[in-house]
Every structure is written in structure tokens, then in C-alpha cells.
Design a protein around this ligand. Structure first.
Ligand code: GLP
Length: 243
């Protein structure tokens, strides 16, 4: 895993934005794997600014998002579908038909099968990831096994607590979510993990220096041939190796 060390969140966002802009310039029909959470918000803003200023075009790009809350309609302000339009898609020229976020409503098995089929036919060129403070990627929570495909998960209390800040109250946080599986994430040709802030320092140390285990889902990234971790100094502050 290559680690790019930056000073702070702003630099991490700029670094990650640069990687994605170059990807789209080099391969205009790229298939992007996208993430939500607070980490990519600034990066997405930079992509929108770049699109406006430099006209980097996403008209031939396809995107597949990692995850979605179970039970939330796409129009719900806390749905990841809504988040993606607000933070990125409304500000670039990607086509609606090329945007894919797991459907939060309807039949669980059908939704998962449909997403898996699309992902099998559209291998991801570059996957953006954030990390939960318990090591989750997408919504792959700490578990006894690595799940391969898109599935519906029970969110852990840790994740419900972390995400309740986006909702009016804890009761409103959905208890389940859809997520791409670890197998699908690992099949992306390139993975970019962005980590910022001291809250993530303990988990980032486990990812970089600990064993590969489904108890720390992001630790599997060690087995991927092309992972770039963009991390700021606060996030790297507990690593034994000096960054
Ligand atoms: C959420 C998302 C993840 C995201 C993580 C970290 O629960 N499902 O894809 O990476 O939490 O979020 P943040 O960037 O806000 O710390």
C-alpha cells in the first residue's frame, strides 16, 4: 500500500481530487466507485470546481456507489443517493443513466442481485473509500468473514452512533444498509483510501500495521496490488512507523 502523507484534510482532498481528475482525463469512459461520508465532501467540491473551470468531462463516465441505507427513498435528504447528487452529480456532466447507487427500497435479494450483475459487467477502474472508526469500508462492518458480494447488513451501534449526527435523532438512523461486498471492492483495479483526523488514527494504525482480519474490514486492502492511502498527519499519528 502506498501512503501519501499530507498536512491536513484540505490537502488530502486536493490529492484525492487530483487522482480522480487524472483518471477521468486519461480514460474518459472510466468506471468510478464512489463513497459517501464526510471525508469525500471537499474532494467532490474540488471535482465540481475543476469541471466548471477546466471542463473535465464526465459525460462518458459511469459511477457505482458503495452503499445505501436500507429503507430510505432516493429523495430522502439522508439517503446516499441524495448526498451524491447534492455533493457531486449536480455539479458535473455525468448522465443520470450512468449513475448507480444501491436502491434502498424494495426486495433485498432482487436489489443485491441487480447490483451484483451490473458490477460484474462493469468492472471498477478506481474505487474511492473512506473508513469508519471501527474499520468498516462501505458498510462492511467488523465480522467473522469477509462478504464477497453486495448484501444487506445490520449496522453496528458504533456506526449508528457515528452517523446519527446527520439525522434529527438516533432513532431515525436506519438499522440496516446495503453495501458492496469486500470481494467487489477488492476487484477494483485501483483503490484510493482517504483518511483524515486523529479520530481515525487508531483504526488506521490497525489497517497499516495490524494483521488482515475481517474484524478490521479495511485490513484486507493489504492484499490489493494497487492501493493508495491518502492520509493526513493526524490520522497517521499513532503509526509506529514514522510518517
Ligand atoms: C459511513 C459510510 C462509509 C464511510 C464512513 C466514514 O458510514 N458508509 O462509506 O467511509 O462512514 O465516514 P466519515 O468520512 O464521515 O468519517
Amino acid at each position: 500500500m502506498k501512503v501519501i502523507i499530507v498536512e491536513n484534510y484540505e490537502e488530502a482532498s486536493q490529492e484525492a481530487a487530483k487522482i480522480f481528475i487524472n483518471q477521468v482525463k486519461e480514460k474518459p469512459n472510466s468506471i468510478l466507485g464512489l463513497a459517501t461520508g464526510s471525508t469525500p465532501v471537499r474532494m467532490y467540491e474540488l471535482l465540481r470546481e475543476d469541471h466548471e473551470k477546466n471542463h473535465t468531462s464526465y459525460k462518458d463516465v459511469k459511477s457505482y456507489n458503495l452503499d445505501e441505507y436500507f429503507g430510505l427513498d432516493a429523495s430522502h435528504p439522508q439517503s446516499y443517493h441524495y448526498f451524491m447528487y447534492k455533493n457531486l452529480f449536480n455539479g458535473i456532466d455525468i448522465k443520470d443513466e450512468n449513475v448507480h447507487v444501491p436502491c434502498g427500497q424494495g426486495n433485498i435479494q432482487e436489489n443485491c442481485d441487480e447490483y451484483n450483475k451490473m458490477l460484474a459487467e462493469n468492472p471498477i477502474d478506481i474505487q474511492l473509500l473512506g473508513i469508519g472508526s471501527n474499520g468498516h469500508i462501505g458498510f462492511n462492518e467488523p465480522a467473522d468473514v469477509f462478504e464477497e458480494y453486495t448484501h444487506c447488513v445490520e449496522l453496528t451501534q458504533n456506526t449508528i452512533d457515528a452517523n446519527k449526527r446527520f439525522f434529527e435523532s438516533e432513532e431515525e438512523v436506519p438499522r440496516k444498509a446495503y453495501t458492496m461486498g469486500i470481494g467487489t471492492i477488492m476487484r477494483a483495479k485501483r483503490i484510493v483510501l482517504v483518511v483524515s483526523g486523529e479520530d481515525k488514527a487508531d483504526i488506521l494504525r490497525k489497517v497499516i500495521e495490524g494483521p488482515v482480519t475481517p474484524k478490521v474490514p479495511a485490513s484486507i486492502l493489504k492484499f490489493h496490488p494497487y492501493v493508495t492511502i491518502v492520509a493526513d498527519k493526524a490520522a497517521l499519528s499513532l503509526c509506529n512507523k514514522q510518517y
